[in-house]
Write a protein that binds this ligand. Structure first.
Ligand code: NAD
Length: 272
């Protein structure tokens, strides 16, 4: 883990879906920067508690609590923010990371598979952003803590830009997330709220283990990555903590692609 700079000292950060993969790395990275972290989980209580233990054992880190909630459920997201404010006083950073894939060819996709992915990947992002903005506005500016009123980071995907056959529900959820993020920026930038997305490429986590988990799958995946390395969750964690800090204060309404060049259409490297 990279040496921290304590850029988020005295700030509180909610990370959804933080018991595994990218969310776990983001939670640790935020904590190493001095932030208090709320580790939201859906099903992985034990894993979430392990992340909290890891954070609490390191004196350089902020504090941590765990909180279960389904990000697609309005009342549960409200409860997540209520608990955060009652425990840590406020929220400074919201990383809406939780996301799922339920893959089917489009003509065989059950409505439930479409709806569930939209509920978690898009509605969940809306609910988290809405509650974060309410809290930022209620709390007001604390310039000694941060130059921004609050920071929202949506975990998007390269599939907000690259179409994805067999995964239309997922790609549609991430494409819509781009417009949600940009609209929030346009609506709240004057209040000094920053809203950005991170778009990971292929990162080794449970969500895509079927792809990178075999030698053949890994080989196929590497063909899509000009940098010739599959990403790791820490590649995203370090960008997220920087994006939450004042070092990136003037970045707003943008997606930062962290993908080893995947969005540069490597298939065209040999002239198509
Ligand atoms: P992951 O499966 O390890 O993490 C997803 C997390 O979301 C899990 O902890 C899961 O329990 C949680 N979750 C699922 N449904 C939830 C719900 N209803 N409420 C709250 N939490 C819920 O996979 P990951 O790769 O770490 O995915 C994290 C994010 O990164 C997702 O939004 C995903 O779309 C995005 N992403 C991942 C990759 C990749 O290559 N791994 C690429 C692009 C984008």
């Amino acid at each position: 883990m990279q040496k921290p700079n304590q850029r988020l000292l005295d700030q509180t950060c909610i990370v959804t879906g933080a018991s595994s993969g990218i969310g776990r790395a983001v939670a640790k990275s935020m904590a190493l920067e001095g932030a208090n972290v709320v580790i939201n989980y859906h099903s992985g209580k034990k894993e979430a508690e392990e992340v909290a233990d890891w954070i609490q054992k390191d004196p350089i880190c902020g504090d941590a609590i765990v909180f279960q909630c389904d990000v697609s459920k309005e009342k549960e997201v409200e409860a997540l923010f209520k608990k955060t404010v009652s425990h840590f006083g406020t929220v400074d950073v919201c990383v809406a990371n939780a996301g799922i894939q339920i893959d089917h060819p489009l003509h065989e996709m059950p409505l439930e598979a479409w709806q569930k992915v939209i509920d978690v990947n898009l509605t969940g992002q809306f609910l988290c952003a809405r509650e974060a903005i309410k809290e930022f506005l209620r709390r007001g500016m604390r310039r000694e803590i941060s130059k921004s009123l609050g920071k929202i980071i949506h975990m998007s995907s390269v599939h907000e830009e690259i179409p994805w056959a067999g995964h239309a529900n997922y790609a549609a959820s991430k494409g819509a997330l781009l417009m949600l993020m940009e609209s929030i920026c346009q609506e709240y930038a004057a209040k000094k709220i920053r809203c950005n997305s991170i778009a990971p490429g292929a990162i080794k986590t449970d969500i895509n283990k079927k792809t990178w988990g075999t030698a053949k799958g890994e080989e196929e995946l590497l063909k899509l990555i000009p940098y010739k390395r599959i990403g790791i969750p820490e590649d995203i964690g370090s960008v997220a903590s920087w994006l939450a800090s004042d070092e990136s204060e003037y970045i707003n309404g943008t997606t930062i692609f962290v993908d080893g060049g995947m969005t540069c259409y490597p298939g065209f490297a040999t002239n198509g």
